[in-house]
Each structure stands twice: as structure tokens, then as C-alpha cells.
Design a protein around this ligand. Sequence first.
Ligand code: SF4
Length: 209
Amino acid sequence: MSDKTDRAAAVMAALAAMYPDARCELDFADPFQLLVATILSAQSTDVLVNKVTPKLFALAADPAAMAALAPETLENAIRSIGLYRNKSKNIAATAAMLVRDFGGQVPRTMEELRRLPGVGRKTANVVLGVAFRIPALPVDTHVLRVARRLEFTGADTPDKVEEDLTALLPPATWIDAHHRLIWHGRRRCKARKPLCPDCGCRLFCSYGK
Ligand code: SF4
């Protein structure tokens, strides 16, 4: 092991001690619901998404039912979420493609997931990692910021940060690392005022020192 991977393992152990129960904060019952919730969560919060999905999934719990919803019914169900018109179109088109091309099932590969309307690399990684437990490390704004502060990467694009993190951490740890980095970004390593005195990573962090 290199100094870099030793250091990364030590930082991840400190994060694990701070967030032993870190998990996805979106509510979902199956891969399709996670996919829809993740599409909804772009530029929104998990709390807001969790408020609309029970009603949405009561109307349409699977791809066939979602594809059959009237567009205005779908829009109305998610109206309180930012960009709801665009997201509504993407969810309807994704549901229709799942029915038409994937037998009503959410696919399990990055390439197939990326074909779905509204599904970018981050959303596909969330579905792979969280729904299917396939090693994946989605990079959102929190993961990107925390990874940079902890000097896991100097990159400033999600794709490059993902590349750097996955080169540094063992695949079996990627999903937990993703959750812990997000929880840390939300709870302590905040964008404006990070709570450094209360951070178990401070010894490793030039930014916090
Ligand atoms: S010490 Fe501060 S900047 Fe560094 S990881 Fe902790 S909260 Fe973030």
C-alpha cells in the first residue's frame, strides 16, 4: 500500500466512526422507485423528494403504471420539486423505455442506465450502488467538495473526482464511502462554514487546520 492509500484508509475510518449508520436518505421500496427518486433529487433535497414520492408511488408504483399516467397527473404530483416539468417528462420517458426495452426492469449496467432519459452518470451510479450493491461511487456536490478538502483529489469535475476516488479506495468500500462523504458534507464539512472543531478528520485535513 502507498502512503496515499494508507492515508485514505485512515480518513475513511475516521468518517466511519463519525457516521456508522450512513445510508441513502431517499425513501424507496425497489430499484425503480430509487431511480425515480434520484431523478427527482437533482438540484433539490432528499427531504423534499421524500415528501412527494409516497403520493407519486401510490399513483404509479412501477414503470408500466408510471408510463400510463397522464402527463398533468405526473406533473401535479411532483409540482413542489424544482424543475418539475422537465423531471416529469424524463420520468415518463424513462418509465416508457423501461417497459419497451428492458421488460419493465431497471437495468444493472452503467451503459444501459445512461440510455434512460434524465439519467446521468451520478444517477446511474446511485442505482448501481444503492439498489444493486454493485460497487459504484456517485459524486455529487458534497462528495466533490469533501474529497477536495481532504486532498483525495485536485479535480473539479465529478467524473474526474470519481476516477481519483475509485483509484484510491478498494471497490468493496465505494458505496459506504459515498454515503459517508455525503453525510459529512451535509452535517459537518458544509460548503460555507465547515464545523472543523467537531471533525474526526481534522488531523488529516490541511483545510481544517
Ligand atoms: S476538518 Fe473541516 S474542512 Fe476538514 S474535513 Fe473536517 S469539517 Fe471538512
